[in-house]
Design a protein around this ligand. Structure first.
Ligand SMILES: Cc1cc2nc3c(=O)[nH]c(=O)nc-3n(C[C@H](O)[C@H](O)[C@H](O)COP(=O)(O)OP(=O)(O)OC[C@H]3O[C@@H](n4cnc5c(N)ncnc54)[C@H](O)[C@@H]3O)c2cc1C
Length: 370
């Protein structure tokens, strides 16, 4: 049998690929392959932006996290500088063991077949793709940060950050909030505490890796977390570290029968480490491009360019600028001074926002040292 579409990886990007394809062409044969059974855990801060649910509702998937408590308070600090405000729209903090399973079930309900299999080989010809002993017209690599499909295409790894997460009881002071505390190292480097709303928080620490410098160990990462959010590691458990492939200045998918989505494409926001939105967005677009039939690679490139090209230029620029403590502090002060500037910053960090004139003016007004 030749499948219309095989998707390697059934995380958010893979499930969204199946959903995007089947929403556009319900009769397509879609095979989702994952090396794990679901539910499966994934190292993550579990923060899910509301934009994710906007995208999913457009393909008929609603109510996925209705039984979880949304969070609106967002606290951002860098030493003595800080902002504490309500976000314009609530975020969710839902363990990936829950969210990813529900998403993959939605893909199955739409008609995708899920099979547990660790993919090891890939062969691409002009007319088809062979995945181990399976054949398809199109393949989407949604196999995460250490993507085998990306390597098989000969693409270099994306720039990366390394982060560790755990679960700890939520202290009263950090309840009903998403807290981010920037550290003193090379930015972006920050600790987080995201309240799940069920008495537990996802806590962690991550930093950008620097070529030529030793990478932080698990002990280093946990020490940074404890230093920035005292007490966060005391009763914590389930620690799990993982790489985050960061988006660069531009995203130019290659034409062809093999498309990449989510972390496999190297699409994590370099300012914030958020990746679920991009995984869902690019997965849906990859599926849609394939369902449309003709020259899916070029169509995917066009669709992703429209949605993300300017955004990634702006996040790359912001990530670069906020390597300076002065700029980082100026950004936090500008967000503290004005709700709409804060809202702009949240959009830039969590979804597809841009550096607005307001954000720029706020930054410049507060950028002067002293
Ligand atoms: C510590 C940490 C904290 C983070 N916090 C946040 C956050 O709060 N919010 C946010 O939006 N993002 C966060 N991210 C990023 C987010 O986790 C990723 O961007 C997101 O998981 C990407 O989804 P994906 O579907 O592309 O990849 P994944 O979720 O990694 O899914 C890939 C799937 O592919 C499967 N797979 C891999 N190789 C194979 C193979 N050879 N054969 C078959 N299957 C295979 C895996 O089993 C997995 O199920 C964080 C990341 C880390 C590491």
């Amino acid at each position: 049998m030749v499948w219309d579409l095989i998707v390697v990886g059934a995380g958010p990007a893979g499930a969204a690929t199946a959903l995007g394809a089947l929403a556009a062409a319900p009769k397509l044969s879609v095979l989702l392959l994952d090396r794990h059974d679901f539910p499966r855990d994934k190292a993550c801060g579990d923060g899910i932006a509301p934009h994710v649910f906007d995208l999913l509702s457009a393909v008929g998937v609603t109510g996925l996290v209705d039984d979880w408590t949304p969070v609106r308070r967002f606290v951002l600090t860098h030493g003595p500088v800080g902002v504490d405000r309500l976000m314009a729209r609530p975020n969710w903090v839902v363990p990936r063991a829950v969210f990813d399973q529900r998403l993959v079930q939605a893909a199955q309900a739409a008609g995708a077949q899920l099979v547990r299999r660790r993919v090891r080989n890939l062969d691409v010809t002009a007319d088809s793709v062979t995945v181990d002993d399976l054949h398809a017209r199109y393949l989407v690599g949604a196999d995460g940060a250490h993507s085998l499909v990306r390597r098989a295409l000969g693409l270099p790894p994306a720039a990366a950050a390394l982060a560790i997460r755990g679960y700890a009881p939520t202290p009263a002071a950090r309840a009903a909030s998403q807290v981010i505390a920037y550290g003193g190292g090379r930015q972006p480097s920050y600790a987080w505490s995201f309240d799940r709303g069920d008495g537990w928080s996802n806590v962690g620490y991550g930093e950008r890796l620097v070529a030529g410098r030793p990478h932080p160990t698990r002990t280093d990462l946990l020490a940074q977390l404890e230093a920035l959010l005292p007490g966060a590691t005391t009763d914590g458990g389930d620690w799990w570290g993982h790489h985050l492939p960061l988006a660069g200045w531009s995203y130019r998918p290659r034409p062809g029968r093999v498309l990449l989505a989510g972390d496999a494409a190297g699409l994590i926001n370099p300012m914030t480490g958020e990746g679920i939105y991009y995984a869902i967005a690019t997965g849906l677009l990859a599926g849609r491009a394939i369902a449309e039939g003709h020259d899916a690679g070029s169509r995917y490139r066009q669709l992703t360019h429209r949605l993300l090209a300017r955004h990634f230029r702006h996040t790359a620029l912001t990530a670069r600028l906020t390597e300076s403590r002065h700029v980082l502090d100026a950004g936090i002060r500008a967000a503290a001074a004005d709700q709409r500037t804060f809202d702009d910053l949240v959009e830039l960090g969590l979804a597809d926002g841009l550096i607005t004139g307001r954000l720029l003016r706020g930054l410049l007004a507060r950028a002067a040292p002293g």
